[in-house]
Design a protein around this ligand. Structure first.
Ligand code: SF4
Length: 195
């Protein structure tokens, strides 16, 4: 038992040392992130477009995807409390594009030594990006019917591989999140790598 925990600790040490390599690809590549986000929007109803609005028709529509869920119940099922939603400290290091949105200024990613600028978000120039900029600084209370156990910022989705916002959702939501610690985040990455 002790031996296994030493091995696990050593693996963690190596992973942390190689963090720049271990960051999910979409966190380092805005185009890939945008492609994956649009795919989730088109194939899995990632939305609502603007979570600051009531968006009742969206919530009713996605509730119909989950048998017997009401629109009110659907409003409680957000990225921010989904099992695939990663807001661990190491993931926040991995997603400087998101960090730049929080801070509204260029941010140096310490591990990769690369400076990202908020303008990079405009690479595809669509309204999702415009709204993402608006919601980046909002608090949980700003989003109608936001559940208390959901994180209201951006995080990384391990299921669809893009940075999603905690106040949105998609039709593959699963409870149990968010992922808030590094060990859990690394475990998730290990699982994905083994698939
Ligand atoms: S799988 Fe979860 S975290 Fe990913 S987009 Fe869907 S609801 Fe959000």
């Amino acid at each position: 038992m002790k031996y296994r925990s030493i091995i696990k600790g050593w693996k963690r040490f190596l992973q942390e040392g190689a963090n720049a390599v271990a960051c999910p690809k979409a966190t380092q590549d805005v185009k890939l992130n945008t492609i994956n986000r649009n795919k989730c929007r088109d194939d899995h109803m990632y939305g609502p477009m603007n979570p600051l609005d009531e968006s009742n028709s969206f919530w009713q529509k996605i509730a119909n995807k989950w048998n017997s869920a009401s629109a009110d119940e659907a409003k409680g099922m957000r990225c921010g409390n989904c099992i695939a939603f990663d807001v661990s400290p190491r993931m926040r290091e991995c997603i400087p594009i998101v960090q730049s949105q929080y801070k509204d200024e260029p941010v140096l990613n310490g591990k990769n030594n690369i400076t990202f600028n908020i303008k990079i978000e405009n690479i595809e120039g669509n309204s999702f990006d415009d709204i993402d900029k608006k919601i980046a600084k909002k608090k949980a209370a700003d989003f109608p019917d936001m559940p208390e156990n959901a994180d209201a910022g951006f995080g990384y989705c391990w299921m669809h591989h893009f940075k999603c916002h905690g106040a949105r959702t998609c039709d593959t939501w699963a409870g149990g999140g968010p992922i808030v610690d590094d060990d859990q985040s690394y475990d998730e990455q290990e699982k994905i790598n083994q698939e």
